[in-house]
Design a protein. Structure first.
Length: 285
């Protein structure tokens, strides 16, 4: 679990991921920090069960799920998982619980790029004492510069995309066994910053992340465009344009010489062949 405001991470070792076990760990966290206002999770069975829905409803907690087939839509949680995996690999000694305690302690006292403060400072309004405080190294500026550099390279690849309600689009098809990768539809609702509900031509409504949506510039109900919609494999292939020369295309025919070998110029200089000196006294044919 990660707090979107302070980036504070809570991690529990679990032998089971049922709804009952998940609720028990949530209660353990809520006993320390209190109830939260909103929970954003994936579409796992533990979070989509009736038992979990009743629990969050009874405690006045709003529950949302990320877009199917797109874990990156819950980027805060996915980044926390990546940080946890990388941190645990660096700790070589100790049991799982000991490694986990070291990671959580180091993570919670490290300033974050987005906030500029450590998770402990934002959540508890104070700094946690560590052995680094004994030597007072200036590591905060170095960490922030490193994280800002990573953010700079990531933002270079980002693209500003705009999709509006009522716009014709193609949605990624994840149906098992289907050879059609993109299916036409119309955006009817925006359920999140990057998540949209799309109504297909057969009446079904699906939810897709913006990474799985392509803008459609023609009407699939038109008979002239049916072939484009069916042959979706070429919809998003880059177009290759061949420039047309403005000069005359008709060239006068040139008669080929009868003997090409005689008129062809050699590609490389001709080699000068000399007779061996020990044969100079002989007549060679």
């Amino acid at each position: 679990m990660v707090d979107a405001y302070s980036k504070w991470i809570d991690i529990h070792v679990m032998n089971s991921t049922t709804s009952e076990a998940t609720i028990a760990k949530l209660q353990q966290t809520f006993a320390t920090h209190g109830l939260c206002d909103l929970i954003i999770s994936d579409n796992g069975a533990a979070f989509t069960s009736k038992e979990f829905a009743d629990y969050v409803k009874s405690n006045g907690i709003e529950h949302r799920t990320s877009a199917p087939w797109h874990p990156a839509s819950n980027g805060c949680a996915e980044r926390a998982v990546q940080s946890f995996k990388e941190g645990m690999k660096k700790i070589k000694e100790g049991t799982i619980q000991e490694k986990l305690n070291r990671f959580l302690f180091n993570y919670r006292i490290t300033p974050q790029t987005t906030t500029g403060l450590a998770p402990s400072e934002l959540l508890m309004k104070r700094k946690l004492k560590s052995r680094l405080d004994l030597v007072f190294p200036n590591i905060e500026k170095r960490v922030q510069e490193r994280q800002q550099k990573q953010k700079h390279y990531h933002d270079k690849k980002s693209v500003n995309r705009q999709i509006n309600v009522g716009q014709g689009v193609f949605a990624r098809n994840f149906a098992i066994g289907s050879k059609i990768k993109w299916i036409p539809g119309e955006v009817i609702k925006q359920s999140g910053p990057l998540s949209f509900h799309i109504k297909l031509q057969d009446g079904r409504v699906i939810r897709r992340h913006i990474d799985h949506i392509r803008v459609r510039n023609f009407d699939c109900t038109n008979n002239e465009n049916e072939e484009k919609c069916d042959n979706d494999s070429d919809l998003f292939e880059p177009e290759i344009t061949i420039p047309i020369s403005t000069t005359e295309t008709e060239q006068p025919q040139i008669e080929k010489p009868s003997n090409m070998t005689e008129q062809m110029e050699p590609r490389y200089p001709k080699r000068i062949r000399k007779e061996p000196s020990h044969l100079k006294d002989f007549v060679l044919k």
